[in-house]
Design a protein around this ligand. Structure first.
Ligand code: NAD
Length: 323
């Protein structure tokens, strides 16, 4: 019998997960507490798949879009959704009590599925605090847009079993994701910590008047970002050290204490940044060439086309193999 995979909560991230499972060759059941939200999920799924089909027909041929969309089952009935499920991806609101409530509902009808939460900020130990089977609960933290971003961060709580982590790892790998496993619970996992560190410095540079919003974005997109979409920071060091590799690099380039002391260390964003960011981002967007996205929707299209190209470059785009 086929494994039943459930996307529990069909908002922005839930829709992305549903598309990710479909693109990975796995049918899904999407549950949401609200029928209105499920209608939005349905509409979002069509937009996502039609866009992938237009930009990468080798993954979803145009004539297959309807077939893909028919592989999603939508329901507002929690019992029907989770009964018999082998894997449940939880994507409800980011509030501890709501997450605990969802676990309680799931456990009423299912005692064996692995439950992966998409939480970006809650500790799994707390989400699973009242669970009857905390050993099967872990974080499977994705990145938006979930169907195109390969990274999923797996993190267990105090009672999560190795078996649950392994099952999630296998399933995510099967649909073409690039999972990493955290060895201990850590606020923000890895990805959001890196993002927070970069964003604090970017926002500080703008607030201090060192560079404009647009130039800060340029520095990331055409500088660090170009390389980092291809190889990680350790591999960047490996190449920066020449023939001596990372060992030479670490010996040659000591971190400058003066520079570190000058980096942003605030825990409340500078007030003046808000206006600068809103006006700067508006001007930056309007100044972009139309073909690179000068509207919110256009920018999303430009981003997705680029992500699909990168996925192909990394050999991570699953080709459609027919049914
Ligand atoms: N937005 C992001 O960029 C992002 C990235 C990674 C992880 N996450 C995490 O993913 C989760 C979902 O975020 P989102 O941005 O999709 O939120 P969202 O508000 O778009 O979606 C939440 C969905 O949960 C549904 N819901 C509410 N109560 C529910 C319940 N009791 N049972 C089932 N469904 C319920 C809502 O109807 C809604 O459709 C959060 O935990 C968030 O931290 C978000």
């Amino acid at each position: 019998m086929e494994r039943k995979v459930v996307v529990y909560g069909g908002g922005l991230i839930g829709s992305g997960w549903a598309a990710a499972f479909l693109l990975g060759g796995i049918d899904v059941t999407v549950y949401d507490i609200s029928g209105g939200c499920l209608e939005n999920t349905r509409a979002r799924m069509r937009v996502l798949l039609e866009r992938v089909s237009r930009m990468a027909p080798e993954a979803v041929p145009a004539e297959q879009v309807e077939t893909y969309l028919r592989r999603v089952h939508y329901t507002c009935d929690a019992e029907e959704a989770v009964t018999g499920a082998a894997f449940i991806q939880e994507n409800g609101p980011e509030r501890l009590q709501v997450k605990q409530g969802m676990i309680e509902t799931i456990e009423r009808y299912n005692s064996s599925a692995v439950i992966a939460t998409s939480t970006s900020g809650q500790r799994v130990t707390e989400i699973a605090a009242n669970a009857k089977h905390p050993e099967r609960i872990l974080a499977g933290h994705p990145f938006n847009p979930v169907h195109l971003m390969p990274l999923v961060e797996l993190c267990g709580g105090e009672k999560t079993s190795g078996e649950a982590v392994e099952k999630a790892y296998r399933l995510y790998s099967e649909i073409g994701k690039m999972p990493i496993v955290l060895k201990k619970e850590c606020k923000g996992f890895v990805g959001n910590r890196l993002q927070a560190a970069l964003n604090r410095e970017v926002q500080d540079l703008v607030a201090r008047g060192v560079c404009s919003v647009e130039d800060a974005d340029r520095a990331v997109t055409y500088g660090l970002g170009m390389r980092l979409g291809l190889i990680g920071p350790h591999m960047v060091f490996e190449l920066a050290g020449g023939e001596g590799g990372i060992a030479a690099c670490l010996t040659k380039f000591e971190v400058s204490k003066e520079l570190l002391a000058d980096l942003a260390a605030w825990d409340v964003r500078p007030k003046e940044y808000y206006q600068m960011a809103v006006e700067g981002a508006r001007a930056e967007l309007a100044a972009r060439p139309r073909e690179m996205g000068d509207t919110h929707g256009g920018l999303e299209e430009f981003r997705d086309a680029g992500l699909l190209t990168l996925l192909k470059y990394h050999g991570l785009l699953k080709k459609w193999e027919g049914d």
